[in-house]
Ligand binder design. Sequence first.
Ligand code: GLY
Length: 316
Amino acid sequence: MLNPGGRGKSILPALIVHGGAWDIPEHLQQDSIEGCRKATRRGWEVLTLGGSAVDAVEAAVRVLEDDPTFDAGQGAVLTCAGAIELDAIIMDGSDLNLGAVIGVQRVRNPVTLARVVMTESEHAILAGEGAEAFAKRSGLDLVPNSGFAVEREKQRWQAKRAEGQPREDLSKGHPGDTVGAVALDLSGHLAVATSTGGTFYKHPGRVGDSPLVGCGAYADDWSGAVSATGRGESLMRVVISKSVCDLMYRGMTAQEAADAGIGLLARRTPGQGGLIVLGKRGDIGIAHNTPYLAHAYVKGNEIIGGVLKIPDGRHT
Ligand code: GLY
């Protein structure tokens, strides 16, 4: 392997992706695993060809956004008004630069817009129509909002609407099955990207943890990189991604920090979630207190993918 950092040791790249932590129904589990594996393959290709960690997480998350299995881009959940509102973030651990977009309705790949906000604008976060105008000026693909909605989600929305419950009750019990990726490149730099359609039947304008720096994602070459998934209203209360990076900065491994982050979430909030974590040397951490977490990562040159099931009786 290359050693551009001159640190005296070769740097092995690393990559983990997730397709959401929630109660993944059996009929979606195989597609979730395949989708995560495909995204990992794409991100790994980028890393091994010498691409940056930022290139790799963007490429991996684009695959997940284009896959109708997941709640991001194609296949995203609908708001109670029947529209799709997408959020995304990308962060470069080498200089802590970041870009995020909130509530975009027509941008095919919100993660790419987040990257363009990071690199081509003087801002960190753009929302709504202003974000879409910036996407248009930047030459990104725009699609009609109805183009994101898949039959599965339309039917789910119609069924909920027919129940006629108050809006607040309808959004409970449906964790967001956000997607994300964390990567370490050959130069020893870390990056993270997270993208989501948010929670099912959310109020128009609702924003979860995903596009909020330190909540849905954080990357810092001095500590590690984290992408979060689950109930945004709870994840943001404990600023989970930055909290986990801080634990690694103080010496925890990626797995210890991931477990501690989910432990904090479980003890201090009513919400459930999951985390994928890379330490600054590429050690892997994965934790969740949802029934399942769809994920894939690279071990050696092999892609390992699965829907981790929380062991019976385990209480994080
Ligand atoms: N974690 C995704 C959301 O709550 O919007």
